[in-house]
Design a protein around this ligand. Structure first.
Ligand code: ATP
Ligand code: MG
Ligand code: MG
Ligand code: MG
Length: 476
C-alpha cells in the first residue's frame, strides 16, 4: 500500500517500518537522488538510490516525468529543507518518460505555453499549487454555509430563463441545424424542440435560488455557470463556477456583512490549510516581479495582501461616491482611463481597480447602482434612479461579487419587467414568490475562479481552472 508523500514528510524516521511511495520524478541528481512528487504536496520526497541497488539500464530510465514506485525506510535527511528521506530498497519504473519529449525541465515554461499542453501543466508546481488551493476553497465554501445552516440547493443547468438579461446564453437544442421547424414569421419553432420551448445553459442560479430561499430560509448554490462572453479578457470564462447564497428576511446590509465574512473565511481557511502552496506562489510572484521596473511591481506580496484583506473592514461607498472619486482622480485628469467616466456608466475593470488599488488600498463594496445598468430583479431605492445592488471589488481583479436585495414588491417588480421588456407570463413561477408570503430577501454571486485568482495571485483566469473554456478554445 502506498503512503502519500505529504503524510510521509510529517513522519519521524524509523529503523523498522518500510514504506512504499509512488510518484513522478521531478529531478534525478548524481545517479543517486530522486526528487519525487505525487501531487499530494508541493514538496518533493528525496528518494536515495544506493549505489548498486539497480543496474545501469534501470538508472537510465529514472528521468524527469517518469513514474516510479519506491520502497524503503525513512531516515533522517542531511539535505536542506527536509527532515526525512527514503532510503530505497527497491525501485520499479511504472511508466517511462522520454526526456527528449518531456521538456518540463530544466527550462522554465511560460503559463501561455503550458496552457497548450494539458498534461505538463498539471505536473508543474505552479498549477498543482493552484489546483490544491482551488480544492481547499471549494471545500471551505461548503463548510462555511454548512456551519451557518444554509441548505445546498442544486439549481438546474438547463433553464429557459436569462436571469441577467445580458443575452450571453448558450442555447441548448436538439433541433437539426438545417431544416429546423419554422414558425409562420420564419423564426425557429422551439415548441417542437425537446423541452417544447427554447432553452439555454444557466447564466445564474439566482431565480431558482430565490424560490428555495423563500421557503427554506437560507440556501446557496455552487455550480457551473455559462456565459457566451464575446471578448477575451483575463477575468472572464465561458464556463465558470459561481457560488450564490440567497437569504430570506434579509436586506442589503445583511447581504454585505455575509459576503465580507465569507471572503475572509475563505482566505483564512487557505492560509491555515495551504501554507506551503501559498508560500510557493508568493515566492513565485516575487521572483517574477524582479524582471519588472520598480513602479510596475506590487506594493505588497501575496500573503501580505491576503492579510490586509483579513485584518481590515472593507470600504463601503455608494456608486455616486465612486463616480465622484474617479472624476477627481489624477488618472481621470491625465486621461489614463480607456473608458470615460460619468454618472450612469457601468464601472469598468480599470475603474474598479483604481478605487481598490490606488484609492482605498483594500476591498471596496459599492452600493446603489443606477437601475438601468443592473438586472430587473433588484430592489428599487426611493430615489427612483438607483437599486439596492452591491458589488465587491478586489485588488488585482475588480468585481468579485455582484449582489443585491431583491424587489419583493409585486407591483414594482411587474412595472420594472414591463419597462425592460420581460413578458410576465414567462416568469409566473418566479412571480408567485411575491404573490404568496413575499418577504424581503437578498443574495449575491461570487465568481469562484475570481476568488481563486485573488487567493493565488495568478493574473489570468484561464490559469485557475483545470480546463478553460474561452472564445475559440475548447481543445481539452
Ligand atoms: P463582469 O462585470 O465582470 O462581467 P458581471 O457583473 O457580468 O461581471 P454578475 O452577473 O454580477 O457578473 O455575476 C456574479 C459574479 O460572477 C461576478 O461578480 C463575477 O465574480 C462572476 N462572473 C461573472 N461573469 C463571469 C465570467 N464570465 N467568468 C468568470 N466569472 C464571472
Ligand atoms: Mg459580465
Ligand atoms: Mg459587472
Ligand atoms: Mg455584477
Amino acid at each position: 500500500k502506498r503512503t502519500k508523500i505529504k503524510a510521509l514528510l510529517e513522519l519521524a524516521p524509523s529503523e523498522t517500518q518500510e514504506y512504499t511511495v509512488m510518484g513522478w520524478v521531478r529531478t534525478f541528481r548524481n545517479n543517486q537522488f530522486v526528487a519525487l512528487n505525487d501531487g499530494s504536496t508541493i514538496n518533493n520526497l528525496q528518494v536515495v538510490v544506493p549505489l548498486g541497488l539497480v543496474d545501469d539500464a534501470l538508472l537510465k530510465r529514472i528521468t524527469t516525468g517518469a513514474s516510479i514506485k519506491a520502497q524503503g525506510k525513512l531516515v533522517a535527511s542531511l539535505g536542506k529543507g527536509q527532515k526525512v528521506e527514503l532510503n530505497a530498497t527497491t525501485i520499479e519504473i511504472l511508466g517511462d518518460s522520454d526526456p527528449e519529449k518531456y521538456p518540463l525541465q530544466p527550462k522554465k515554461h511560460s503559463l501561455e505555453f503550458l496552457r497548450e499542453i494539458a498534461h505538463l501543466r498539471f505536473r508543474t508546481q505552479t498549477f498543482s499549487s493552484v489546483f490544491r488551493i482551488r480544492h481547499a476553497l471549494a471545500f471551505a465554501v461548503h463548510q462555511f454555509f454548512n456551519e451557518k445552516g444554509f441548505v445546498y440547493l442544486h439549481t438546474p443547468i438547463v433553464t429557459s430563463s436569462d436571469a441577467e438579461g445580458a443575452g450571453e446564453m448558450f442555447r441548448v437544442t436538439t433541433l437539426p441545424l438545417e431544416n429546423a421547424p419554422k414558425k409562420e414569421d420564419g423564426s425557429i419553432d422551439y415548441t417542437q424542440d425537446f423541452f417544447g420551448k427554447s432553452t439555454n445553459l444557466t447564466v445564474s442560479g439566482q431565480l431558482e435560488g430565490e424560490l428555495g430561499a423563500t421557503a427554506l430560509g437560507e440556501i446557496y448554490t455552487f455550480g457551473p455557470t455559462f456565459r457566451a462572453e464575446n471578448s477575451n479578457t483575463t477575468r472572464h470564462l465561458a464556463e465558470f463556477w459561481m457560488i450564490e447564497p440567497e437569504m430570506a428576511f434579509n436586506d442589503i446590509y445583511d447581504n454585505m456583512d455575509l459576503a465580507e465574512e465569507f471572503i475572509q473565511y475563505l482566505i483564512k481557511y487557505v492560509m491555515e490549510h495551504n501554507a506551503d502552496d501559498l508560500a510557493f506562489l508568493d515566492n513565485r510572484l516575487k521572483e517574477e516581479e524582479k524582471s519588472l521596473p520598480m513602479d510596475k511591481r506590487n506594493e505588497f506580496g501575496l500573503i501580505e495582501k491576503l492579510q490586509i484583506v483579513l485584518n481590515n473592514k472593507f470600504e463601503r461607498i455608494t456608486y455616486t461616491e465612486a463616480i465622484e472619486i474617479l472624476l477627481a482622480s489624477p488618472a481621470y485628469k491625465k486621461k489614463k482611463f480607456k473608458y470615460d467616466v460619468s454618472w450612469g456608466i457601468d464601472l469598468q475593470s480599470e475603474h474598479e481597480r483604481y478605487l481598490v488599488e490606488k484609492h482605498f488600498k483594500k476591498p471596496v463594496i459599492v452600493t446603489g447602482y443606477p437601475k438601468d445598468i443592473k438586472a430587473f430583479y433588484m430592489r428599487q431605492n426611493d430615489d427612483g434612479k438607483t437599486v439596492a445592488a452591491m458589488d465587491i471589488l478586489a485588488p488585482g481583479i475588480g468585481e468579485i461579487v455582484g449582489g443585491s436585495q431583491r424587489e419583493e414588491r409585486l407591483d414594482l417588480l411587474l412595472a420594472r419587467m414591463a419597462e425592460v421588456g420581460i413578458p410576465s407570463h414567462e416568469m409566473e413561477f418566479y412571480l408567485d414568490t411575491r404573490r404568496f408570503g413575499s418577504v424581503p430577501h437578498s443574495g449575491f454571486g461570487l465568481g469562484f475562479e475570481r476568488m481563486v485568482l485573488f487567493v493565488t495571485g495568478m493574473t489570468n483566469i484561464r490559469d485557475v481552472i483545470p480546463f478553460a473554456r474561452t472564445p475559440k478554445n475548447c481543445e481539452f
